[in-house]
Write a protein that binds this ligand. Structure first.
Ligand code: CP3
Length: 352
């Protein structure tokens, strides 16, 4: 945690924006900014062995966290780790296969009581060391972002055993086994809240809760599976760190986004690229900071269409605190020159 309070940390433009102070130029970072589009990442990844070994080796994870800031004038470093270290630390092993993504042995209704939230912080101690190392190397004007996956998003992998486009296994499980599902949410809320508090204590300035699979849920399921667990995490973290700056990113939540913002108490709201720019002014209080929301594929394609949409986003959010970002994570085939062009444009202040 910084020595000063979050609210007075105005020498960090990105943190100040999350705390509600609009900047003359929007500060920016890029979701999944450390990763496979960078050749220097692929080199370290090769050296590390498995992906989780990389996450659990502070020397390498801190190096990878800082890589994108060496190339681009970004305003924040995001901890290099993964949302699935939580199930791994709870005792449901995770492995990552090339081309397939994460694989877990799917959890059943009877397995929930075997999960051990009390072991999570010990198992994740290398992550806190990574934050500490990054923090000591980071320019004091840059913001250190920590993160976790939101309980629903993490549960979709724990129940389905892998990624899916419709999260059918988890949706069905939640309807068929409401008690087991709610016990799983309790475990994930507790583990995630402790994990975020420990990240703040290790030096994170801001944290983001990735609710990457907030789409596809009906109103009641969204309230129970997304809003309530996110709200509980925010409240639990703030019991220990009262003004903790928290960005909520409910990807795909569409018509439920405004309710999410109000009911969870997040400090700032990440918007995916399907959210219209007029949404913020029509549905959010003027002081609510927003983050986003360029389609990552515009960054792959590059050129005039990318610049013109980035300009429209900056104009569209000009009435409130705004952090420039993509609407979802950067993809591996993104040309580095396009990232450089985007960062230069956002930083230039010449948006028209
Ligand atoms: O943003 C960053 O640069 C920090 C690191 C970070 C990673 N994953 C590293 C990673 C962060 C913030 C995440 C979050 C994450 N992980 C999310 C939420 C964000 C989103 O994109 O929706 C999700 C759903 C996951 C789960 C996950 N991890 C998947 C589905 C995959 C495989 C496919 C993919 O998107 O890469 C991963 C693996 C992963 N996590 C990689 C990296 C750099 C690639 C692994 C490799 O190098 O082989």
């Amino acid at each position: 945690m910084p020595d000063e309070t979050f609210a007075t940390a105005t020498h960090k433009p990105l943190l100040a924006t999350v705390m509600g102070e609009r900047q003359p130029r929007p500060p920016m970072w890029i979701m999944r900014q450390a990763g496979r589009y960078l050749p220097e990442y692929l080199d370290v990844r090769e050296k590390a062995g498995s992906f989780l070994d990389l996450c659990y080796t502070p020397e390498l994870a801190s190096e990878v966290t800082l890589q994108p800031l060496k190339r681009f004038d970004l305003d924040a470093a995001i901890l290099f780790s993964d949302i699935l270290v939580i199930p791994d630390a709870l005792g449901q092993p995770v492995r990552f296969e090339k081309g397939t993504g994460p694989i877990l042995e799917p959890i059943g209704a009877d397995d929930i009581s075997d999960l051990s939230p009390e072991k999570v912080l010990d198992k994740l101690s290398p992550v806190f060391e990574t934050i500490d190392r990054v923090k000591s190397a980071l320019d004091p004007e840059k913001t250190m972002i920590g993160f976790c996956g939101a309980p629903w998003t993490v549960a979709t992998y724990m129940i389905g055993g892998r990624g899916s486009t419709d999260q059918a296994a988890a949706r069905q499980f939640a309807y068929e086994h409401p008690e087991a599902f709610s016990a799983l949410m309790d475990v994930l809320v507790e583990a995630s809240a402790r994990y975020l508090v420990a990240q703040f204590k290790a030096g994170a300035d801001v944290v983001q809760i990735f609710e990457s699979w907030a789409l596809n849920l009906d109103e009641d399921a969204f309230t129970a599976q997304v809003i309530e667990p996110n709200a509980r995490i925010v409240a639990r973290v703030r019991q220990e760190i009262p003004d903790a700056p928290i960005i909520g990113f409910p990807r795909g939540a569409a018509g439920m986004v405004a309710r999410y913002a109000k009911a969870t108490g997040v400090t700032a709201l990440g918007l995916d690229h399907s959210m219209p720019l007029t949404f913020a002014d029509s549905a959010l209080v003027p002081s609510m900071p927003v983050q986003g929301n360029l389609d990552p594929l515009r960054l792959v394609a590059g050129g005039e269409q990318m610049i013109s949409r980035a300009g429209a986003i900056i104009d569209g959010f000009a009435g409130r605190p705004h952090i420039f970002n993509l609407g979802h994570g950067i993809v591996p085939q993104t040309p580095i020159a396009h990232v450089a062009a985007l960062v230069e444009f956002v930083k230039s202040g010449h948006w028209r």
